[in-house]
Design a protein around this ligand. Structure first.
Ligand code: 5GP
Length: 201
């Protein structure tokens, strides 16, 4: 379910900038899983491939889920102005390559970024007409359960994650729309519906 109706007309910029939607939200809420579902079920939405310095996880493919780069390469991309936004998360660098995104926007393709809150704020500042969607958990208890993971981590690590999640949840008010991740397929369908409403194809 969406918790915010009557979004203000934030598409004050050019019509083409409205082709860009950004999905963000607290860590642990399941942004990656929802976006994986969008990629699988809604191929007409172009999903940006971020660069990251983190090591690939099993089954992650270079150029598909992420473009995996060294810190040096990442630094060069930042210096050359090749990233729309970038941020450090859990000791790794992440960024959105600008050129492929601008190409898709110019072609009129609805485009989606899945980025952390720091990145979403940078996009809001540099592309004010972008459409920002906040993914939130169905309840605090559910997010707590997800962040506690398999229960194998030290209590202070989990406590730090929970403190951070509380702060991150408060960012909801900075966004144009809120989607509750109660079910991955449903949340992905709602997200796509919202994107189609603001970026008609
Ligand atoms: P993970 O390493 O679990 O795939 O992602 C960690 C965090 O980095 C997630 O919150 C994800 O949304 C965020 N992230 C992924 N790509 C980007 C990006 O290009 N820019 C920013 N700012 N955050 C990103």
């Amino acid at each position: 379910m969406s918790r915010r109706g009557g979004r203000l007309p934030v598409m004050a910029g050019t019509a083409s900038a409205a082709r860009l939607a950004v999905l963000s939200g607290p860590s642990g809420v399941g942004k990656g899983t929802v976006v994986a579902k969008v990629r699988e079920m809604y191929p007409h939405i172009w999903v940006s491939v971020s660069c990251t310095t983190r090591a690939p996880r099993p089954r992650e493919r270079d150029g598909i889920e992420y473009r995996f780069v060294s810190r040096e390469q990442f630094g060069q991309m930042v210096a050359a102005g090749e990233l729309l936004e970038h941020a450090e998360f859990a000791g790794n660098l992440y960024g959105t390559p600008l050129a492929p995104l601008l190409e898709r926007i110019a072609a009129g393709t609805p485009s989606l970024l899945e980025i952390d809150l720091q990145g979403a704020r940078q996009v809001r500042a540099s592309m004010p007409a972008a459409y920002l969607v906040f993914l939130t958990p169905p309840s605090w208890a559910e997010l707590e359960r997800r962040l506690a993971g398999r229960g194998t981590e030290p209590a202070d690590v989990i406590a730090a994650r929970l403190r951070r999640a509380k702060v991150e949840l408060a960012a909801e008010k900075e966004f144009d729309e809120v989607v509750v991740n109660d079910d991955v397929g449903r949340a992905a369908a709602e997200l796509v519906g919202l994107i189609e409403a603001v970026c008609p194809t």
